[in-house]
Design a protein around this ligand. Sequence first.
Ligand code: NAD
Ligand code: UFG
Length: 335
Amino acid sequence: MILVTGGTGYIGSHTVVSMIEQGYEPLIVDNFVNSKPEVLDRIEMITGKRPLFYEADIRDEEKMEQIFTEHEIEAVIHFAGLKAVGESVSIPLEYYDNNINGTLVLLETMKRHNVKKIIFSSSATVYDRFNTMPLTEESKTGNCTNPYGWTKFMIEEIIMDICNADSSWCGVLLRYFNPIGAHESGLLGEDPQGIPNNLMPYICRVAEGRLEKLSVYGDDYPTHDGTGVRDYIHVVDLAEGHIKAIDLVFRSNGAIPVNLGTGTGYSVMDVLNTFMEVNGIDVPYVIAGRRAGDIAECYADPSRAEELLGWKAEFDLKKMCRDSWNFIAKNIKQS
Ligand code: NAD
Ligand code: UFG
C-alpha cells in the first residue's frame, strides 16, 4: 500500500486516479486545508473505487503513528504542503511549520516503521534564478527568493541527508515545472480560493467573467514576444510521472532529483492566445509591469526523466488549455 499525503489536492488527486487505474492501492491523508471532501467522490466516479482516506494533519504525530500501525505501508508519495509563493512571504512561520515540520513528522514515522521509500513533490523553484536554460538536475540550486521555495530546498536537503546516512533509503525528488490542465472528465482540476496568483487559473477567472482582465506581467523580457516563458505541463502527464517514479523508488537507493517538465517553453501570450483559440472565448488583457521576483524564462531539460523513469510528457498546450477550461466550465459556481 502506498501512502499519499495531500492526495485530495490538485496534483495528488490526479495521481491517485492514475494509481487506482494502474492497480495500486493508495491510502490518502489530507487535512483539507486546500481541498474538499467531494474530491473523494469525484475520484470514485472516475475510477469506480473509493480510496482509503484519513482526515488528518501530517504534523499530528499520534495520528500518523496510528495510520502506519493500521496499514502495511511500503512507500510514500508526499504532496502535502502549502504552496502559495506570495502568501509564504506574508506568513513564513506557517509555511516553515506546515511544510518542514509536517515532513519531519512524516519521515520520523516512516523511520520507526522501517518505510524507506519516498517520492517528494519538489519544484523548479529550488533552482538558482541565474542558471542558464534549460535546467538540468545538475543546475545550481538555492538562492531561493521566498520562504515557500526555501521549504522545498530544505526538504530536499533533509531527504538527501537521510539517504546519505542510511543507504537503504530512496528519495525521488520530483521537480515539477508549471502544472496546468485537468482531468478530461471535468471532475478534477484546480480552482484556487480568492484571487489566483498563477497564470492559468487567472485566465480561467477572466474567461468566466468573474475577473475583468488579465494583467500580463511584462512584455520587455528577452523572449520571442517579450512575455515570460515557462514550461507548462499537463497535470495528467505529471500524474503518470509519479507512477513511473514508484517503480524507480522501489528499485533504487539514494536521493534522486528528477525534473518533470516537457522541455518546451511557452510565453504568456502563447498560453493566452492558445486558450482563446481552442475554447473560442475572448480573454481581455492589459500589459502591466513585471512582477517582482519573476524571471524571463524557465524550462526543463527532461532527459533524465526519460532515461530513469522511461517517461515523457505527451499532452500539448492545446489540450492543457482545453482541459483547464473544461473543468471550470463544468463546475462554475453561482456567486
Ligand atoms: P494543493 O494545495 O492542491 O494540494 C496539497 C494538498 O495537501 C491539499 O489537499 C492540502 O489540503 C493538503 N495539505 C496541506 N498541508 C497539509 C497538512 N499539514 N496535513 C495534511 N494535508 C495537508 O497543491 P498541488 O498543486 O496539488 O501541489 C502538491 C504539491 O506539489 C505541493 O507540495 C506543492 O508545493 C508541490 N508543487 C506544486 C506546484 C504547482 O504549481 N501546483 C509546482 C511545484 C510543486
Ligand atoms: N503571469 C502573468 N499574469 C498573471 C499571472 C502570471 O502574466 O496574472 C505570468 C508570470 O509573470 C509568468 C507566467 O505567467 O511569466 C507564469 O506565472 P505563474 O505564476 O503561473 O507561475 P510561476 O512560474 O511564476 O511559478 C510557478 C509556481 C511556483 C513555482 C514556480 C517554479 O507558482 O510555485 O512555478 O516551479 F515555484
